[in-house]
Design a protein around this ligand. Structure first.
Ligand code: ATP
Length: 216
């Protein structure tokens, strides 16, 4: 019998702010393939990059509010507390060292992030430490722009959920999660124009944003 209860996943991003396009595909994913927990890990944005509109503390508090009633999710603050750039490859290497060599681990990304993934620092080492699980996102192709990157993708693709649970890492899985046409950019633009965002993010997060006058 394959043990389908051990697979944990990290989910990184800026979360400026966290929204249903983050939460709902991942909840669906957990039901589809079985995930024991999902660790949301907001990144610190290095000083030379355009800064998020909400600061680290606020982005963290919004995630806390969003997941308060969702036991699937936990929060990891390690990247937020760094003043140096956080490289996913480095963070996943640390996470693997903490969890030991055998446990199945995954990193969750949206379809847009798969397309830019080969530009990430030491991207090719990431699969040494975990699987990559890709959630659908409307508006982005599934084919890589460069042939070499497509070859890299094809070499690691699996459609076996069992493989995700039995191997510690190394596979890429394109999950059939529902599509949500929501981005943090869209939410920031709508809030700036004073438009309704009720269907786009959890009520508690929206109340937090309104109470602080964020994204105005
Ligand atoms: P922004 O609009 O500010 O660029 P974003 O909405 O894309 O932000 P991020 O925090 O950058 O949010 O995303 C974190 C992760 O969530 C990324 O892997 C991204 O691909 C994924 N993601 C974000 N929105 C969606 C969505 N609607 N559907 C599927 N995945 C998503």
């Amino acid at each position: 019998m394959v043990d389908m209860t051990q697979l944990q996943a990290l989910f990184g991003g800026t979360f400026d702010p966290v929204h249903y396009g983050h939460l709902k595909p991942v909840e669906a994913l957990a039901n589809l393939i079985g995930l024991s927990r999902v660790i949301i890990m907001p990144n610190n944005v290095p000083p030379h990059r355009p800064q998020p509109e909400a600061n680290s503390q606020q982005r963290k508090e919004m995630v806390e509010l969003a997941i308060a009633d969702k036991p699937l999710f936990t929060l990891d603050e390690r990247e937020l507390h760094r003043d140096t750039p956080s490289y996913t490859a480095q963070t996943l290497k640390e996470w693997r060292e903490e969890q030991g060599p055998q446990l199945p681990l995954a990193f969750i990304i949206g379809q847009d992030s798969l397309l830019t993934f080969p530009t990430w620092h030491h991207y090719e080492t990431i699969l040494d430490n975990c699987h990559l699980i890709v959630c659908r996102r409307p508006g982005y192709p599934l084919a890589m722009e460069q042939a070499a990157h497509q070859q890299w993708l094809d070499a690691h693709l699996t459609d076996s959920v069992e493989a995700l649970h039995t191997l510690p890492g190394g596979k890429i899985y394109l999950a059939e999660t529902p599509w949500f046409n929501i981005s943090a950019t869209l939410i920031r633009e709508r809030l700036e124009r004073g438009e309704n965002c009720d269907d786009l993010l959890p009520r508690a997060v929206l109340e937090y944003i309104n109470a602080r006058g964020l994204y105005r």
